[in-house]
Design a protein around this ligand. Structure first.
Ligand SMILES: NC(=O)C1=CN([C@@H]2O[C@H](COP(=O)(O)OP(=O)(O)OC[C@H]3O[C@@H](n4cnc5c(N)ncnc54)[C@H](O)[C@@H]3O)[C@@H](O)[C@H]2O)C=CC1
Ligand SMILES: O=C([O-])CC(=O)C(=O)O
Length: 328
């Protein structure tokens, strides 16, 4: 018997990530090739944005995706999020050349308070939320805090792009296939302070750390390259990463919904105190997924260098959280 459609809300649907994302959701790459979807697309109530959204919808229609059971255009989160099972919160103000994420905090806090409240009011009681719009961790924290009737654990932030970037750098350094890398972790904030940690990683059972055996490369090449990759792409393209961000969003949601078969992936999730991170901080952790739920990988040893990196990214996140306290 064919499955009944699920509702997927996407905000910022006429933006550049939206354009790289929607067609893949509609083709079944996110929730499976047997899962029909209804897209509930949100854009700002502005004529240009709504017109652009109309154009994107025309193209979605013209793809004749068998799994696309409906597409709706919205300008109000209260209708866009109605009964939604999945919500990808992409819409936000993107960072331009020279801007840091902190500059975006205030502008975006308003957006995510309103959207959290709308999810709380009208979404499915088990809606799974992924925040992509930057600063992603803090925006996810704001949305979670604005939705007290929904499960905290269902609010997540996107660290998967950092995870994929780290995997790709390691594969290039070692001359191995990126798909063979297991047990990679990215801790903390989606920002240059993130800590991509390959101490536990393996390639075909062999330790990545032992193979690379170069602390200087780790601290002075690998971590800055992964951390500043977004800025490097903005400098090169004049626009922020879109296709790779959309790809990471697909990876995040697919793994959450369909499972990882024991493979570690990175998700930004609200802490319950694991690894000494205060409760509720939206922190990148290694997780595995099964049966539609994620589970933190616990009990990993944290050495002095790693602790220092984790403290730094945590301090940044707590600073961001303090900056929005008065809005919550
Ligand atoms: N977490 C991550 O790894 C990454 C996050 N990003 C972030 O994703 C966000 C989107 O990036 P792009 O698609 O490149 O930007 P974009 O500017 O091309 O598109 C954003 C869209 O969101 C819409 N929008 C703005 N406020 C909205 C609201 N309140 N409700 C609904 N729609 C709204 C805009 O009208 C625009 O169409 C940015 O914040 C960017 O920094 C980008 C790459 C990676
Ligand atoms: O850096 C940015 O503004 C976009 C982003 O989050 C990334 O590419 O990681």
């Amino acid at each position: 018997m064919s499955k009944s459609p699920v509702r997927v809300a996407v905000t910022g649907a006429a933006g550049q990530i939206g354009y790289a994302l929607l067609f893949r959701i509609a083709s079944g790459e996110m929730l499976g090739k047997d899962q029909p979807v209804i897209l509930q697309l949100l854009e700002i109530p502005d004529e240009k944005a709504q017109n652009a959204l109309k154009g994107v919808i025309m193209e979605l229609e013209d793809c004749a995706f068998p799994l696309l059971a409906g597409v709706e255009a919205h300008s109000d989160p209260m209708t866009a999020f109605k009964d939604t099972d999945y919500a990808l919160l992409v819409g936000a103000r993107p960072r331009g050349p020279g801007m840091e994420r902190a500059d975006l905090l205030a502008a975006n806090a308003q957006i995510f308070t309103a959207q959290g409240k709308a999810l709380n009011a009208v979404a499915s009681r088990n809606v799974r939320v992924l925040v992509v719009g930057n600063p992603a961790n803090t925006n996810a924290y704001i949305a979670m805090k604005s939705a007290p009737d929904l499960p905290r654990k269902n609010f997540t932030a996107m660290l998967r792009l950092d995870h994929n970037r780290a995997a790709s750098q390691i594969a290039a350094k070692m001359g191995v296939a990126v798909g063979d890398i297991e047990k990679l972790a990215v801790w903390g904030n989606h920002s240059p302070t993130m800590y991509a940690d390959y101490r536990f990683a393996t390639v075909n059972g062999q330790s990545v750390k032992d193979s690379i055996n170069d602390h200087d490369w780790n601290a002075n090449t690998f971590l800055p390259t992964v951390g500043k990759r977004g800025a490097a792409i903005i400098a090169a393209r004049g626009l922020s990463s879109a296709a790779s961000a959309a790809n990471a969003a697909i990876d995040h949601m697919r793994d959450w919904a369909l499972g990882t078969n024991g493979k570690w992936v990175t998700m930004g999730v609200p802490s319950n105190g694991e690894y000494g991170i205060p409760k509720d901080v939206m922190f990148g952790y290694p997780v595995t997924c099964e049966g539609g739920e994620y589970k933190l990988v616990e009990g990993l040893p944290i050495d002095a260098f790693s602790q220092e990196c984790i403290n730094k990214t945590l301090a940044e996140l707590q600073g961001e959280q303090d900056g929005v306290k008065h809005l919550l």
